[in-house]
Ligand binder design. Structure first.
Ligand code: PLP
Ligand code: TYF
Length: 399
C-alpha cells in the first residue's frame, strides 16, 4: 500500500541528536537542539516546577477534560505575563486566547486562523533565517511563506536597513512574523530603538504582526524586558497575535504548554474571534492536555512561587551569558585571529558562530562536537567542563 511513499529527510535540528547518540567519543558535545542544560550538562527541572507539581498532586485533582481553550487560570496568567499588568487590551477584556500544544501548536493555530479569517492576505513573511520549523508550520496551515532580510553575514549582526526596506516593499496589509526576543537561530535581536523603527514601518504598510515568543525571560533574564517589542507594538496601536511557549522559560518541554492570543478591537470582536478559535481547535485535538498547564498556572498565579520562578529564569539566562563569555575568553586565550564579540553580543539560547557548513561538518567528524550546519550552537549545552575543549575544537578549525 505504501510503496509510493518516499523516504523523507530527518528534522534538521532533532536529527543532530541521532548522530550524537551514535558517536562513541567519551567527551562528545551536543550543541544541536535548544534545550537548557545545567552546568553538569544535565536536563534541568526547575525547583518551582517541582514544587508546583507536588502541590498539584496533593490536591488529587480529577482528570476531566479541560474546555476547548484549556485551563482558564493558565491562559489568564500567560496573557498577563506577555502583555503585562498595564496592558490596555488586557484590562479592557479584548484579548482572545487559547491554550495550545506548546509554541508550535500556537503557531499552527495562529496560521490556521489567519488562513481562514485574515481578509487581506494569505502570505506570511518570516525572517531570513528563521526557526527551521516556521516555514513548514505555516505552509501546512495553508499560508504562503515569503521571507524578509534579517541577518547580515558580513557583520554577523542585524541587517536593519534590509529588514526595513523589505517591510516597506511588502504589499499593503501583509502578515509579518517577528521573533519577540532571543531570535532563533541567530541570537540577534533588534535594539529597543530599532523595534520602534520596525513598528513604524509596519504601521506605514498597514501590516499585521504575528509575534513568536518562545523565550520570554531567556534573553535578558527579565520577562518584562523581553516583552518590550510586543508591548511597544500594542502601545503604538498595533493589534498583533502572539504565540507563547513555556517549553524554555519553565523547562516544560515535553509537557507541551503554550498559548495563542489575538488582540482585538472590542469585547464583542473578541467573542467572535474566540468562537472561531474553538471551531479550529475542535477537529484538531478537541482540547489540550491539563497537567503541564496546571503546573504553569500555579507558577504564574501564586505570588511566592512566581517570584521564585523569575529567579530561576534569571539563573538560566545568567548561566548562558557566562558560558558565552567563557567561550569567547577561551578562543582569545588560544590566540584565535578571529573576532568573537558576536558570541557575547548575541542573546538567548543560541550563538550564531559564523562557521560554514563545511566547518560544522569538520567539528562533528573530527571533534565530536554536534550542532546544526548553519553554524548555530546551543549555548545552553556548554558547561564549565566542556567549554575549553569546545574552544579548542573551534580554534583548530578556524585558526
Ligand atoms: N518558536 C521558536 C522561535 C522556537 O525556537 C521554538 C522552539 O523551541 C518554538 C517556537 C516552539 O517550541 P515548542 O513547540 O517546543 O514550544
Ligand atoms: O530550535 C531549537 O533547537 C528548538 C527546539 O522540530 C526544537 O526550538 C527544534 C526542532 C523542532 C522542535 C523543537
Amino acid at each position: 500500500t505504501w510503496s509510493q511513499v518516499p523516504q523523507g529527510p530527518p528534522d534538521a535540528i532533532l536529527g543532530i541528536t541521532e548522530a550524537f547518540k551514535k558517536d562513541s567519543h567519551p567527551k562528545k558535545i551536543n550543541l544541536g537542539v535548544g534545550a537548557y542544560r545545567d552546568d553538569k550538562g544535565k536536563p534541568y527541572v526547575l525547583p518551582s516546577v517541582q514544587q508546583a507539581e507536588q502541590e498539584i498532586v496533593k490536591k488529587k485533582l480529577d482528570k476531566e477534560y479541560a474546555g476547548i481553550t484549556g485551563v482558564p487560570e493558565f491562559v489568564k496568567g500567560a496573557a498577563l505575563l506577555a502583555y503585562g499588568p498595564n496592558s490596555a487590551p488586557l484590562k479592557e477584556g479584548r484579548v482572545a486566547i487559547t491554550q495550545t500544544i506548546s509554541g508550535t501548536g500556537a503557531l499552527r493555530i495562529g496560521g490556521a486562523f489567519l488562513q481562514r479569517h485574515y481578509p487581506h492576505a494569505k502570505t506570511i513573511y518570516i525572517p531570513t533565517p528563521s526557526w527551521a520549523n516556521h516555514k513548514a508550520v505555516f505552509l501546512d496551515s495553508g499560508l504562503e511563506v515569503k521571507q524578509y532580510r534579517y541577518y547580515n553575514k558580513d557583520t554577523i549582526g542585524l541587517d536593519f536597513d534590509g529588514m526595513i526596506a523589505d517591510i516597506k516593499s511588502m504589499p499593503k496589509n501583509s502578515i509579518v512574523l517577528l521573533h519577540a526576543c532571543a531570535h532563533n537561530p541567530t541570537g540577534i535581536d533588534p535594539t529597543e530603538e530599532q523595534w520602534k523603527g520596525i513598528s513604524d514601518a509596519m504601521k506605514e504598510g498597514g501590516h499585521y504582526s504575528f509575534f513568536d515568543m518562545a523565550y520570554q525571560g531567556f534573553a535578558s533574564g527579565d520577562t518584562d524586558r523581553d516583552a518590550f517589542s510586543l508591548r511597544h507594538f500594542i502601545e503604538q496601536g498595533h493589534q498583533p497575535c502572539l504565540a507563547q511557549s513555556f517549553a524554555k522559560n519553565m523547562g516544560l518541554y515535553g509537557e507541551r504548554v503554550g498559548a495563542f492570543s489575538i488582540v482585538t478591537e472590542s469585547t464583542e470582536e473578541k467573542a467572535r474571534v474566540d468562537s472561531q478559535i474553538k471551531i479550529l481547535v475542535r477537529p484538531l485535538y478537541s482540547n489540550p492536555p491539563v497537567h503541564g498547564a496546571r503546573i504553569a498556572s500555579y507558577i504564574l498565579n501564586d505570588p511566592a512561587l512566581n517570584k521564585q520562578w523569575l529567579t530561576e529564569v534569571e539563573g538560566m539566562a545568567g548561566r548562558i551569558i557566562k558560558m558565552r563569555a567563557l567561550l569567547k575568553e577561551n578562543l582569545e586565550k588560544l590566540g584565535s585571529k578571529r573576532k568573537w564579540d558576536h558570541i557575547t553580543d548575541q542573546i538567548g539560547m543560541f550563538a550564531y558562530t559564523g562557521l560554514t557548513a563545511e566547518q560544522m561538518t569538520q567539528l562533528a567528524e573530527e571533534h565530536s562536537v554536534y550542532a546544526t550546519k548553519d553554524g548555530r550552537i546551543s549555548v545552553a549545552g556548554i558547561t564549565s567542563e566542556n567549554v575549553e575543549r569546545l574552544a579548542e575544537s573551534i580554534y583548530k578549525i578556524t585558526g
